[in-house]
Write a protein that binds this ligand. Structure first.
Ligand code: B12
Length: 451
């Protein structure tokens, strides 16, 4: 049996290269390959960096779908299905809106693949694919095997992506992760993660633990960091701010090789944090105290901010960029609020009649950075432009140089050298991402729906 796994891009403008900062090794594909029985011949194509050979013979196509990649995923599925090849879809978007996704695929997997993938393969082998497969509860990640052989020959950013755990216990209103995992987290056994790191560490200069929140279970995170110390690697990850108030945790971060954490600050306005159910951000002295603690331990910060919550006005942008600059954040994201389907936020905005386009991810008029809902404190265009201006200011050359001279940002030569590379890439992305199309603009024809 031949299986073709596809990781779709968000979209494409003919003749233009894809956003480089997004070209990391896709773990969903490698996880699926690792779950596939050994006698299946697996091929993998990454739509973000290569052409898909639609005419290559295959028995089953598996596509990972996120909300931003849904339109492109359906284009790819239509190509295969027109050639008589069955398509199975899974991933975040498939789990959030299976009713939509199953219109474009023979089968949809809702939830995590670990519990159901062997059955999908077996059913496909015997020509009896079911319309839906639903993962029940949270499967154990003990046997998770990431098959990186599928990445061979592809030009990814040289970062080792590794999963230590999945999910987060917080219930932020906008977050697709809490919606899917019902605010629970599962973790891999520490010895398995360490074995995975040891196997690839000679080829990776930096690791990225893709966990939604590596500190979701602080006690287990600490045990993991202790075990990580002898690996002697550099790593970055995503963390909630509460961890920055725990001195033992901070010490272990440094000793285990942590070079930086992404923290969702989201907003400087407590009313917004309350509305997004993220008031925990202001605990124990709030942002300034947490940032001072991280600074003391020389942990770099990737700060992420959201604009467009109800208390935001056109005056919200300037002070937020000032804040990110004053704290010399290594990098920062200034995004508009995005209502992902299925989230409490999406449901609220629909109930309040504030969605501009309900299925914005498929709407012909929609492109990246457009605002799919009506904000309360400004119009959509002011929100779009405010985010763009915030990014332009933060990634201006004088801004980059100033942050580059910060004592924490230049405290480690490897991270300092990469500071300029990474900031230059993000600077280029500011205009490259603006109005980036969803779906391949050169793709012709109608999306093929299941009859
Ligand atoms: C690492 C990461 C990135 C990295 C690397 C992405 C990459 N190429 O791998 C970077 C930083 C580049 C990135 C960028 C973006 N990301 Co991102 N990212 C993640 C993160 C933190 C981990 C992804 C991961 O590797 N998980 C591990 C894998 C194994 O888990 P998984 O994807 O859930 O897959 C399991 C199941 O979903 C299922 N499954 C998945 N695919 C398939 C396919 C089939 C056929 C089957 C059967 C099952 C199946 O089985 C898997 C095993 O159980 C997730 C959060 C998360 N928890 O997943 C966000 C996440 C996927 N990202 C998200 C977003 C929005 C983005 C951006 C649009 C952000 C932005 N505005 O710039 C961009 C888009 C980039 C793109 N698509 O080209 C959202 C997507 C939400 C949604 N509704 O779709 C997520 C969920 C974060 C969030 N909290 O909302 N991201």
């Amino acid at each position: 049996m031949k299986l073709t796994i596809i990781h779709p891009c968000i979209g494409r403008r003919p003749g233009q290269k894809y956003i480089r900062t997004w070209q990391m090794e896709p773990l969903p594909a490698a996880t699926l390959a690792g779950l596939t029985p050994a006698d299946v011949d697996v091929r993998f194509y990454d739509d973000r960096m290569e052409l898909i050979p639609f005419d290559e013979p295959t028995d089953l196509v598996a596509i990972s779908v996120e909300t931003y990649t849904a339109k492109r995923a359906y284009q790819i599925a239509s190509e295969y299905r027109r050639r008589g090849v069955p398509v199975v879809m899974g991933g975040f978007h498939a789990s959030l809106v299976p009713d939509e996704v199953e219109r474009f695929a023979e089968a949809v997997v809702i939830g995590e693949a670990e519990g159901v993938w062997p059955q999908v393969i077996d059913d496909a082998r015997h020509g009896r694919l079911q319309r839906r497969y639903r993962s029940v509860g949270r499967p154990s990640l003990a046997d998770l095997k990431t098959d990186r052989r599928i990445f061979g020959g592809k030009r990814y950013l040289p970062i080792g992506l590794v999963e230590a755990g999945r999910g987060c216990h917080f219930k932020c209103e906008f977050c697709a992760v809490q919606t899917i995992f019902n605010a629970t987290q599962t973790r891999r056994p520490i010895d398995r993660i360490i074995a995975e790191i040891e196997a690839i560490k000679h080829e990776k200069s930096l690791f990225f633990f893709v966990d939604d929140n590596i500190t979701s279970n602080l006690a287990e995170a600490k045990a993991f960091f202790r075990a990580l110390i002898p690996c002697n690697i550099r790593w970055v990850s995503q963390s909630s701010i509460n961890a920055a108030h725990d001195e033992e945790f901070l010490e272990l971060l440094v000793r285990s090789g942590c070079r930086g954490v992404l923290i969702g600050f989201e907003s400087l306005n407590p009313a917004n944090l309350k509305e997004m159910n993220k008031s925990f951000n202001t605990m124990r002295g709030g942002f300034d105290k947490a940032l001072a603690n991280l600074r003391r331990h020389r942990i770099r910060v990737y700060g992420t901010f959201i604009f467009g919550y109800d208390a935001d006005t056109p005056d919200s942008f300037g002070p937020t960029v000032d804040f990110a600059n004053e704290h010399a954040m290594y990098i920062a994201a200034f995004n508009h609020l995005t209502p992902f389907p299925g989230t409490p936020l999406y449901k609220r905005l629909v109930a309040e009649g504030r969605m501009q386009y309900e299925a914005w991810w498929l709407d012909e008029r929609y492109s990246y950075n457009q605002i799919p809902f009506r904000p309360a404190g400004m119009d959509g265009e002011s929100l779009r432009r405010g985010c763009l201006e915030a990014r332009r200011r933060f990634y201006s050359w004088p801004g980059i140089l100033r942050r580059g001279f910060d004592t924490v940002n230049r405290s480690d030569f490897f991270m300092w050298r990469n500071f300029y590379l990474i900031n230059a890439m993000h600077r280029g992305d500011v205009s490259a991402r603006d109005h980036y199309p969803l779906g391949d603009l050169a793709w012709q024809g109608e999306l093929l729906e299941v009859g």
